[in-house]
Design a binder for this molecule. Structure first.
Ligand SMILES: *[C@@H]1O[C@H](CO)[C@@H](O)[C@H](O)[C@H]1NC(C)=O
Ligand SMILES: *[C@@H]1O[C@H](CO)[C@@H](O)[C@H](O)[C@H]1NC(C)=O
Ligand SMILES: *[C@@H]1O[C@H](CO)[C@@H](O)[C@H](O)[C@H]1NC(C)=O
Ligand SMILES: [Zn+2]
Length: 484
C-alpha cells in the first residue's frame, strides 16, 4: 500500500497545465479516448492476472488496484487534486479448498457456499451419511415438521437442494446434531450457482458441500437399503476481519461547498478480474480526472470516489455516506454512479430516481445523439448510489446490463479484456464526462437535496437511517448471490 509517494519533478513537468483554459463539456468529451480507456483496463486486467485472477476486497489484487489509482490521483495528478484513503474494516471470507471423498474413497465434485465454516484440518470430517426425505412440492427439509423424529447426531446430512435457502436446511441439520451437510442439486450436472450462507450466520453453522445430483442418486438407494456409507468433507476456509479503503480525490479548483461527485467501485468479485464490473467505471472516472486536471476556472468542485468492497454489500460507499456529517452531505450537490458501462452486448441503461433532476437527461442527450436506444431504470439499490439516494442527494448513473444477454461473464473469471464492447464503453465514458462538465459549471436543473423522507422523520430518525442503510447493503449483497 502506497499511502504517499514522492512526486517526481519529471512527471510534474510532463503534465501540461493549461491555466485559465476553461473546462467545458465539449473538451471533457473530446479528451476521453478509447485507447486510454483500453490502457487502464489492460492495467487492471494485469493486476488481476498477477494476483490470482482477482481484485476482490481483502486480496492483494485490491491493494494493487488502489496503488494503481493512487499513482495517478496522488502522484501524477497530485498537483491538481487532494486525495485521501478512507480505511474501513469488513469481514473477509474465502474457501481456500474444499473436497469430498465418497464411500469408496472416490473424489466427488463439490462446491463451497459463501461464508462456509471450515472443517478440522488436515483431515476434514469423516462421518456416516444420513439420507433425508425429499419433498419437491414444498422444499426438502425446509420446515421443522420435516425434521420431526430425525436424529442426525454425528452424521453428514444428505439433503436435496431447492425452494428454501440452503442456510435454512443447514440450521435444521445442525439443530438435529449433524456435524456437516452435503446438499445435492435438483438438476444434473456441475454447472450450478454457488449459494451464500449469509454473513449474518457466521459462527452459527456446520460445514457444507454442494454436490451433484448424480452423486447423491448413486448413494441414496444404498442408504435406503440400510448400508452405512461414510464420506469425508474437507473445507479450508477463512473468515476474518480485513481492512480496506475507499479512495477520495477532489479538485483543488471549485467551490468546496458545491461538490459534483462521481463514483465507481474499484473491487471485483473473488471469481474474476472485474474488467466490465467495475473496471469500466473505474477507468471512465480515472480518464475524466485526467481530463479535468488540464482545465481551470470552473465554479464547482469535482470529487472522485473509488469504492471498496462493493461486491460484499456496498460496504465502502455506505461507510462513506454513513460518516458524512449533515454539513458535508449538504455540500454534495450531485452524485453520478458508473457501474458496468462496457457490457459486450450493451443496453444503454440510465438509472434515475425521483430526485435525479437533470442528470439522466444530460446522459441521455449525448447517448441519443450517438444513436443509442436509452433504457431508464429506477434505482434498485444494487450499486453504490444507494447511500447517496438514502441521503436525498440528487443521483443518476449509467449501466449496460449484467448477466446474459448483456454480460454473460458477469461475476465470472471471463470478465476480462474480451468482455468489453469498446465502442459502447467509450460512448458511455464520454456521456459521463459531458455530464460532469455541465454540472461543474452550472447547477441549473439540479434539485435541492431531499432532506425529509417519511421513514427518517421523528426521534428514531438516526437509528432508523443506520438500520435502513445496513439493510440496503444486505439487499445488494443478497441480490448478487443466490441463497437457495
Ligand atoms: C480496523 O481494525 C483494526 C484491528 O482491529 C483497528 O486497529 C482499526 O482501527 C480498524 N479500522 C477502522 C477504520 O475501524
Ligand atoms: C468521518 O468524517 C469526519 C468529518 O466529516 C472526518 O474527520 C473523519 O476522518 C471521517 N472518518 C473516516 C473514517 O473517514
Ligand atoms: C429500444 O428499446 C426498447 C426496449 O428496451 C425496444 O422496445 C425498442 O424497440 C428499441 N428501439 C429501437 C429503435 O431499437
Ligand atoms: Zn458492479
Amino acid at each position: 500500500m502506497r499511502l504517499t509517494r514522492a512526486a517526481t519533478s519529471t512527471l510534474l513537468l510532463a503534465s501540461t497545465c493549461r491555466a485559465n483554459d476553461p473546462l467545458t463539456p465539449d473538451k471533457l468529451e473530446a479528451d476521453i479516448k478509447m485507447q486510454e480507456l483500453q490502457h487502464v483496463l489492460w492495467n487492471l486486467n494485469k493486476i488481476a492476472n498477477d494476483n490470482g485472477g482477482t481484485r476482490a476486497f481483502g486480496t492483494p489484487g485490491y491493494t494493487a488496484s488502489v496503488d494503481f489509482v493512487l499513482e495517478r490521483a496522488q502522484t501524477r495528478f497530485g498537483k491538481h487534486f487532494n486525495t485521501y484513503l478512507q480505511p474501513f474494516n469488513h469481514t473477509f471470507e474465502q474457501t481456500k479448498s474444499v473436497s469430498v471423498e465418497g464411500p469408496k474413497g472416490e473424489t466427488v465434485f463439490v462446491a463451497s457456499p459463501q461464508y462456509n465454516p471450515g472443517t478440522p484440518l488436515p483431515g476434514g470430517l469423516t462421518a456416516s451419511l444420513l439420507n433425508t426425505p425429499v419433498d419437491d412440492a414444498t422444499g426438502s427439509m425446509c420446515f421443522e415438521s420435516q425434521w420431526a423424529g430425525i436424529d442426525a447426531t454425528g452424521k453428514l446430512a444428505l439433503i436435496k437442494r431447492g425452494t428454501c435457502a440452503v442456510v435454512d436446511k443447514v440450521k435444521f441439520a445442525k439443530a438435529k446434531g449433524a456435524i456437516g451437510v452435503l446438499i445435492y442439486n435438483q438438476e444434473p450436472g456441475t454447472d450450478f450457482a454457488v449459494p451464500t450462507l449469509g454473513e449474518a450466520n457466521i459462527g452459527l453453522l456446520v460445514p457444507v458441500g454442494i454436490i451433484p445430483l448424480e452423486v447423491a442418486s448413486a448413494w441414496i438407494p444404498r442408504l435406503a437399503a440400510g448400508q452405512d456409507l461414510k464420506a469425508t468433507l474437507l473445507v479450508d476456509a477463512i473468515v476474518e476481519t480485513r481492512e480496506s479503503w475507499n479512495i477520495i480525490s477532489e479538485t483543488k479548483t471549485g467551490d468546496p461547498n458545491k461538490v459534483i461527485m462521481v463514483g465507481a467501485h474499484l473491487d471485483s468479485v473473488q471469481e474474476g478480474p472485474g474488467i466490465n464490473d467495475d473496471g469500466s467505471g473505474t477507468a471512465a472516472i480515472l480518464e475524466i480526472m485526467g481530463s479535468v486536471k488540464q482545465y481551470d476556472g470552473y465554479p464547482h468542485r469535482i470529487r472522485f470516489g473509488w469504492w471498496g468492497a462493493e461486491e460484499s454489500g456496498l460496504i465502502g460507499s455506505l461507510f462513506y455516506t454513513n460518516n458524512l456529517s449533515e454539513l458535508e452531505t449538504d455540500k454534495i450537490k450531485y452524485y453520478f454512479n458508473f457501474d458496468m458501462i462496457g457490457s459486450p452486448n450493451p443496453m444503454f441503461g440510465i438509472s434515475q430516481y425521483i430526485n435525479s433532476g437533470i442528470g439522466p437527461e444530460l446522459l441521455a442527450d449525448y447517448l441519443e445523439s450517438k444513436g443509442k436506444n436509452v433504457t431508464y431504470a429506477e434505482f434498485d439499490g444494487r450499486s453504490d448510489y444507494a447511500g447517496f439516494v438514502e441521503l436525498g442527494i440528487p443521483t443518476a448513473g449509467l449501466f449496460t446490463g449484467d448477466g446474459a444477454p448483456w454480460d454473460p461473464c458477469y461475476h465470472q473469471a471471463c470478465d476480462n479484456l474480451d468482455n468489453i464492447n469498446w465502442e459502447a464503453f467509450t460512448v458511455n465514458a464520454k456521456a459521463a464526462a459531458r455530464a460532469v462538465g455541465v454540472l461543474a459549471n452550472s447547477l441549473v436543473g439540479v434539485p435541492p437535496r431531499q432532506r425529509s423522507k417519511p421513514l427518517l422523520r421523528g426521534r428514531d430518525a438516526r437509528a432508523d437511517s443506520v438500520r435502513r442503510r445496513k439493510a440496503l447493503g444486505e439487499y445488494a449483497r443478497d441480490k448478487k448471490k443466490v441463497t437457495v
